[in-house]
Design a binder for this molecule. Structure first.
Ligand SMILES: [Zn+2]
Length: 417
């Protein structure tokens, strides 16, 4: 018998997502590695072996043992697109939208991203840290163990750095792992509405060098859209970020196909996100340059848009589709990856297995963590979730009801529902 830190056994399904060490494409997205009556051994934070309960229990003795009888075990979700750090919520705007006021009209009257900017600037770093830390518990209860988190509601040097420092501190203190993204080019702040070039100069010449010097982010993101940052402006920011060692990623083609997907390919972005309006040329460019498409079905749902990202067409073309919450106080106020799975199945026509691949392995690669998380394979992180459901299909099927029963991060139980 080999002694290990953790053994989980008896799962009606243990879903490993084992497969090639790269993002999954085409039919591979359905091959999720289901082991019935499955078990797993974890030691020093890493997966040692997966297999049948009989085989694993005969070989390993766990210091901690979890009985997963009648439950399904999945890898922890990897959420590759969140706006985790913000000052306050915007439920009054939601109420306005319910009354039929369009989002763009709310934004014109000073609502939207700019209202979040005003809120964040008023909150102290300490207070912002407490609020951000508290929000993570909702992600964990939904089975998320790794997430990407962006700045982007500071929009001046002081407040962008404040946001990233808060995220770095949250990452240090909370067991869930964060990957940090600088999104100074999220919007043009109020004080630069008449001097957008000056704002771009500040992003490129002041913010990016400081972010890079303090090693506060791994990625540099831009909101590339007509009326926000045009393609040439986005290119400047992404190249300056790349020059400073930040990996490019971008918000692209959310409303109009203006060339954001092609720009992602051109600058070697790790991902391009939203892509509701992507055209065939954009898809081909991303395929050629191996840019991962991150689709955000929560946003189109919450804004009640009738058009959805063509995720099925992307999969048919060979693109490794990933999905994310886009958690933010305006257009997607959810931290629930199970809900995102449901929406991906309903809006895009993904099968539950494909949605699961998009929310684990492919999303891990979309945030540069593919070698560490996203599947339960020997040597990878022991990040797993016990769900009180009979099989993996049940999770997106029972929408809105999902709550993890046990969440394990790097071999340690961090949540029990
Ligand atoms: Zn976003």
């Amino acid at each position: 018998m080999t002694r290990v830190d953790l053994v989980v056994h008896g799962a009606s399904e243990l879903v490993t997502l084992a497969g090639p060490a790269r993002p999954r494409v085409g039919k591979e997205m359905k091959e999720i590695g289901v082991i019935e009556d499955g078990a797993i051994a974890v030691h020093e934070g890493k997966v040692v072996e997966t297999g049948s309960t009989e085989a694993i229990v005969a070989k390993y003795q766990g210091t901690t043992v979890l009985d997963a009888t009648a439950r399904t075990v999945l890898p922890g979700f990897v959420d590759p697109h969140t706006h985790l750090v913000f000052g306050g919520t915007r439920e009054a705007e939601f109420e306005q939208r319910c009354l039929g006021v369009p989002y763009l009209e709310i934004a014109k009257k000073g609502g939207g991203i700019r209202s979040s900017v005003r809120q964040l600037r008023q909150v102290s770093e300490e207070d912002l840290y407490e609020r951000t830390l508290k929000r993570l518990s909702g992600f964990v209860a939904g089975g998320t163990t790794t997430l990407e988190a962006k700045s982007g509601y500071g929009l001046d040097t002081v407040n962008e750095l404040k946001s990233l420092r808060v995220l770095a501190k949250v990452n240090e203190t909370h067991p869930v792992d964060l990957a940090l993204t600088f999104l100074g080019a999220h919007e043009v702040p109020d004080e630069h509405r008449e001097s957008r070039d000056e704002y771009l100069r500040i992003v490129i010449e002041e913010m990016i060098p400081e972010v890079a010097q303090e090693k506060l982010a791994e990625f540099c993101d831009v909101f590339c859209e007509h009326g926000v940052f045009e393609v040439p402006e986005s290119r400047k920011v992404l190249l300056a970020g790349r020059e400073a060692g930040l990996i490019p990623k971008l918000h692209a083609e959310e409303f109009e196909p203006i060339g954001g997907a092609k720009l992602a390919a051109e600058v070697g972005a790790i991902s391009a996100d939203h892509l509701v309006a992507i055209d065939e040329e954009g898809m081909d460019a991303m395929l050629e340059a191996q840019v991962i498409p991150v689709c955000l079905p929560g946003t189109t749902f919450f804004l009640n848009l009738k058009r959805h990202a063509p995720a099925r067409a992307m999969i048919d073309r060979g693109l490794p589709v990933a999905i994310a919450t886009d958690f933010n106080p305006g257009s997607s106020m959810t931290h629930s990856m199970p809900m995102i799975l449901t929406l991906a199945c309903v809006q895009y026509g993904l099968q539950p297995a494909e949605a699961l691949t998009a929310a684990t392995v492919n999303s891990a690669y979309a945030m540069n963590r593919g070698g560490d998380v996203g599947s339960l394979e020997p040597g990878k992180a022991g990040d797993l979730v016990l769900w009180d459901i009979p099989n993996h299909r049940y999770l997106p099927y029972h929408f809105g009801g999902a709550r993890a029963s046990v969440v394990v991060k790097r071999g340690k139980v961090i949540f029990e529902g």
